[in-house]
Design a protein around this ligand. Structure first.
Ligand SMILES: *[C@@H]1O[C@H](CO)[C@@H](O)[C@H](O)[C@H]1NC(C)=O
Ligand SMILES: *[C@@H]1O[C@H](CO)[C@@H](O)[C@H](O)[C@H]1NC(C)=O
Ligand SMILES: *[C@@H]1O[C@H](CO)[C@@H](O)[C@H](O)[C@H]1NC(C)=O
Ligand SMILES: *[C@@H]1O[C@H](CO)[C@@H](O)[C@H](O)[C@H]1NC(C)=O
Ligand SMILES: *[C@@H]1O[C@H](CO)[C@@H](O)[C@H](O)[C@H]1NC(C)=O
Length: 442
């Protein structure tokens, strides 16, 4: 679409408009409250979650008995007998069950007696039964079960009067530059910021994992691999969103060493863990996205004061999903961590006595899990060992083994858990400082 046409259309579409709840594309609104997609097919848990994420949503979660009942009825009406929930349990107590939406341990539960019950690795996926004696009850099961249906849930948004608001999500209209007609030379950071501002919009700022997923979804099927974000650093490494919103969530690529005062998001679908951000110089010519609040009058005109009715703009994010900067570094030098299980998402781990050139000698195994039913990405940012560091998937498949000195590299696990083993017995003798790695869900 051409921006001048856009402008003209906008001028004719003014006036009062009552905001109404609606749903992003693909979702349907139920009870004027929840945006849902009902499965067309049965899938394994992770596949189902990925399907939901590809629409900017997640497997459904419930926080109270009323919602549990409502979801149960809807699913039963759609003929779905067993449905995956957006939850993963790491142990036999409900306080070890985490929601995939990043909101932390569950506060409401409706498990069958004897559940959650974790007998084997990767048996902590949760499903709901929608008929029979155990109607509405939850159970845990192996995540690899493939005969279960699912239900995706996404954020509600606000209806927009303007037909050019094709990408309406979480209360915003998104305008990706490839759908507009912007001369290439105008696609540097400062030029794009002024283009968005001219049309009373802002450059894209991102505030949740789901929004990352949604932006990826906008670029799926295009050959665009990078998109600029509306962030700018006044002081190196200290970014602020140009729309004035708080920089609370981040998704930096731990392996990127690029420097610059602007940010780019990788939307390359060839990369499994895409969606991550890295620094770029602001003169880089790139695609971008302009964003405005949905349900508002548009473009260079006085805005009607608008009552945006309870759109949850600032969802509470599990602190564990917030900035890596704020999350704690677990220094495995604390010998009590040796041979233990660590839950973190995100977080940083380092080997014994890192970065000392003469670490103590210790053989350790660490089991590491990211909260929720995501895949685990392990990003070694510094690597210098004598004996190899072995990384195993949850079913014991060797994913990586490297030794000596290495440039930064990543290991992408097939599930939410890995096991790392390392023997530092010869590290001191050969002056190896050990490793540091960032753990992120993707
Ligand atoms: C991209 O779109 C295709 C076709 O709609 C879909 O099958 C695929 O899962 C999507 N990929 C991602 C990463 O969402
Ligand atoms: C959960 O309980 C079962 C049955 O008592 C037991 O076999 C299993 O090891 C327990 N799982 C965990 C993770 O403690
Ligand atoms: C692109 O940049 C040129 C030169 O700065 C400017 O004259 C022109 O108006 C810009 N075009 C758009 C669509 O912003
Ligand atoms: C960790 O476990 C391994 C294998 O079971 C054992 O050899 C090693 O001594 C343990 N390390 C510590 C510090 O307990
Ligand atoms: C289990 O192992 C097989 C190969 O042996 C691998 O293809 C599969 O991805 C693994 N699954 C998990 C969840 O680790």
């Amino acid at each position: 679409m051409n921006f001048s046409i856009f402008l003209i259309c906008s001028l004719f579409s003014l006036g009062y408009y009552a905001t109404q709840k609606s749903c992003p594309r693909g979702f349907e609104l139920y009870k004027n409250k929840k945006c849902l997609i009902f499965a067309q097919t049965s899938l394994k848990h992770l596949e189902a979650e990925q399907q939901c994420r590809s629409y900017g949503g997640h497997l459904f979660t419930v926080n109270n008995a009323i919602d549990n009942r409502a979801i149960n009825d809807l699913a039963a009406n759609h003929g779905l007998a067993y449905i995956w929930m957006g939850m993963y349990c790491f142990g036999n107590q409900t306080n070890l069950c985490y929601l995939d939406d990043g909101s932390g341990p569950i506060k409401y539960s409706n498990f069958n007696p004897g559940f959650p019950r974790i007998d084997t690795e990767r048996s902590g996926c949760v499903f709901m039964e929608t008929f029979g004696n155990d109607i509405g009850r939850w159970s845990t099961s192996p995540c690899e079960w493939s005969g279960l249906w699912y239900l995706c849930e996404g954020p509600t948004t606000v209806d927009d009067p303007h037909p050019n608001c094709i990408h309406n999500y979480n209360g915003n209209c998104y305008y990706p530059s490839h759908e507009l007609n912007i001369p290439v030379m105008n696609r540097t950071f400062y030029a794009t910021e002024s283009i968005c501002h001219t049309h009373s919009m802002e450059l894209l700022s991102i505030h949740s994992r789901e929004e990352v997923d949604y932006i990826k979804f906008l670029y799926n099927g295009t050959d665009i691999k990078q998109v600029s974000l509306g962030a700018h650093a006044i002081v190196p490494d200290e970014f602020a969103w140009t729309d004035g919103t708080k920089f609370k969530y981040e998704n930096f690529d731990p392996l990127s060493t690029a420097k610059g005062n602007c940010l780019t998001m990788n939307v390359d679908t060839d990369r499994e863990d895409n969606g991550m951000w890295y620094q770029t110089i602001c003169q880089t010519i790139q695609d971008f996205v302009c964003v405005r609040k949905a349900g508002k009058a548009i473009v260079g005109v006085e805005e009607e004061p608008m009552e945006v009715e309870d759109v949850e703009v600032e969802e509470v994010i599990n602190p564990k999903f917030q900035m890596v900067k704020d999350s704690k570094t677990i220094n495995l030098a604390d010998a009590s961590h040796c041979n233990t299980t660590l839950f973190l998402a995100p977080g940083t781990i380092t080997s014994i006595d890192y970065p000392s050139q003469s670490p103590r000698s210790m053989l350790c195994t660490w089991k590491i899990a990211v909260l929720g039913a995501f895949r685990l990405g392990l990003y070694f940012t510094d690597f210098s060992v004598y004996e190899p560091v072995f990384v195993y998937s949850s079913n014991g498949t060797l994913l990586s083994f490297r030794q000596f000195d290495h440039d930064p590299f990543s290991v992408l696990a097939p599930s939410n858990m890995i096991t790392i083993t390392h023997d530092s017995v010869k590290d001191a003798q050969y002056q190896k400082r050990g490793f540091s790695a960032t753990v992120l869900p993707f």
